[in-house]
Structures are given as structure tokens and as C-alpha cells.
Design a protein around this ligand. Sequence first.
Ligand SMILES: C[C@@H]1N[C@@H](C#Cc2ccccc2)[C@H](O)[C@@H]1O
Length: 438
Amino acid sequence: KLQLKHGSHRVGKRTDAVMAKWRGYGLGQFIHWGLYAIPGGEWNGKQYNGAAEWIRSWNGIPKSTYDSLIYKFNPVNFNAEEWAATAKQMGAKYVTITTKHHDGFCLWPSKYTNYTVANSPWKKDIMKPLIDAYDKQGIDVILYFSVMDWNHPGWRYDIKTKEDSIAFEGFKQFTRNQLLELLTLYPTAKGLWFDGTWDKSWVKQAAFADELETEMRKLRPGLIIGSRFRADENGKRHFDSNGVLMGDYEQGWERKIPNKIEDVHGNDWDCVMTVPENQWGYNKAWKGHIKTTNELLEMTAKCVSLGGNFVLNFGPQGDGAIRKEEKQLAAQIGDWMKTNNEAIYNCEYAGLEKQDWGYFTKKTGSDKLYMIVFNVPVSGALKVKLPANTSIGKSYLLAQPAQLLNTEEISGTEYFIHLKNTAAGKPFVVVLEPNAKK
Ligand SMILES: C[C@@H]1N[C@@H](C#Cc2ccccc2)[C@H](O)[C@@H]1O
């Protein structure tokens, strides 16, 4: 084991109540919104092929032209309560909102830069009404913050010269000032979701970032910070040089989901996912495969079955409205969650692997098992193999608890659960109340 000054400061999961609540969220919403939503992936009739929130990096739009989008930021259809109500309808328990993406535009009136909503036609703070609206819906807020800031003159991709070093020192103080400002202005925020921390300039700041993380945790006890914020003194990110997770949960699952429990190394984690293949900010043309409700429900079930949370991204339009496709998804996911959220909220890895028919989850603090079924076998019988010394007390559809299902013991701890209706046409949940085997 290497002696590290700036590696992880904790081995194993956090055991406090704030993190236990985070662990049980199951389903979250991500919001990517900023100046990039105005062009929406297109400029002068030409489409940008990358992710819409990265359009500034494209040579199809001059940087100065992009930067002056601040003077066009006037989202007349922005309605914080509507956004929060959409998340509530979907069944999200937390939301991660971009305060500042890579372009450096701040959705709050930061006093450390002029590149904020305060100097746009909109003038007003966006973050406060959003946080208040989500708080009112009982949805916890996590603040997304991009360290990389293309607007700040002190930003560097690497520190190669004395000038770089002097400039970046100023940038580091600016970053610290903004983070302490966010935590002070928005005290109900439960955590920070860091991005834009992969470049060498920041990776080389192990001591500074470690100290800043400690300062933020002192300012806001219980603050949740992911593995993406800082590197250790050897430049190791997400996991330090001893392979121990940095921060409170793993943030490596961006647009991908672990396949087996070993992949999550006993850590907390969440998966953040786009509806199109790779568009976080609003893109007028949603090209390629657009994930369906059933796909997104299966991703949610898969994440919870492996002890994580699933966070679905919304990219509101430049005028502040949420696009109809995203509203439809929220309504359809919410419809399913209304009936089945008992198998998602406050559930964890059941110690049982993925099955042909779908996924197991287990209620935290209870023996209750849930079978989230996506593929009904032609036999209409779901095969389950329970851990040793357990048998099935009773099983029933979560949607029809009074109707017990016929459970046939095959051998030992293997059973067939015979479904009455094999043409559900949509995912459903079977509840197993196990007995200790006599
Ligand atoms: C959460 C997501 N992280 C950001 C990114 C990225 C990225 C950076 C380099 C190479 C590939 C992807 C996206 O813009 C979005 O904010």
C-alpha cells in the first residue's frame, strides 16, 4: 500500500444518513442548460456533429460569436416549477443541475466573473428559483460544476510555462471562490457533481484540490462529492494509487452501465444517461437512436439491481421550455414508477445476478425481493434460484398484491413462479417474500 497524502481519505462506503438517503434515490434527473441551448447544435444552417453543449469547440461558430450568446440569453418560457413538476411526475428523487458548463457561463449571478445571467437580458438568478422549486417538490439538488472554464483567461489545459503557472494560480482561486459562493448562496444543495477535471492542469493540483474538498466539506457537513473532482499526487483519478475510490461515489458511469456487481467494487455509484446517443445540451435534431421508455426503465432497473442510481438527462430549449419528447418520457416513466417504485426506491443489490427475465432488487433493511420482469418466457414460468437457506414464503404481482402467484419448488432453492398473465406488454414487478428455510 502506497503512503498517499492526497489519495482517498476513506475506505468503503459512507455510513451517514445523508449518503444513505442518496443511496436509496434510485432515479434522478440531470439538467443541462446554458447558452449552448440557444444554437441547439446548429449554426448558420450547418449542424454540429458533436454534443450540442460542446458547440463552442466547433470551428463552425467563431468563439467570439458563441461568447456573445450571453446577450441573447432571455428564456421567456423558463418556468422552474414546471421543470420540478416534470421531475416529480417522472419519479425522480434527485436532480443534478448545471450551474456552469465548460463554456463558463454561470446560471447564477457570481460576483467573480461578468459572464453570468446577471449580464444577460434575463438578468435574474436561474439557480435560486430552480433549487427552491425542486426543494418544494421534495427532490434533492446536486450542483453540477465544470472546473474547465473556456471563458476564464486563466484556464490552461496544461501548465508548461511560468506564465501558465501564474495564470492558473489565479484560476484556482477563482474556482475556489465560485465553489464557496455556490455553497453559501444555495445551502440546501446536497452535493456537487464535478466535470471538466480531466486535463493535466487540474490533475496536477492534487494538494490544492484536496485542501479545497476538505474546506467545502467543513463549510457544508454531509456534502456529497463524487470521484471526478480531484486526482491524487500521482495523477490517479476516480480511484487513487491504491485503487481506493476518491470521493463519496463513483462517477465513471457516464453513458454506460456496469454489467455485474464486481464492476462497482463495493462502492456507491450513479449512471448519468442521455436520451439520444450523446447529447446533453438541447439539440434541435435528435439524430440516431433515441432511447425508448422501456429501454430507460430497463436501465433504471439494471442500475438499482447493481446498487446504483440512474440519472436521466434533460436538455431544455434555449427559451426555457422542456421539449415535448422529454415531457413524454417523463410522463411514461412516471406512469410505470407510480405502480412500481417500491422496487426502485431504497432498494439495493439482492445478491442475485441478472436473470433471463430481468433483474432482482432488494428492499434495504428488509428481506423483501423484487423481480423486475422485462422478458416473459413462453412457458409463462419465471425461474428463480434463491440464496442457500431461503425459500419463497409468498409471491405476487406488486400491482395485484392480493393475488398470490403459484410457486413451484424445483429443487433446493430453485423455483418456478407461474404467471397468470403472460401478455403484460410492459415491464412489471413480482414480489418475493422469502422465508428462512426450515
Ligand atoms: C456529463 C457530461 N460530461 C461532458 C463531457 C465530456 C467529454 C469530454 C471529453 C471527451 C468525451 C466527453 C458532457 O458535456 C456532459 O456535461
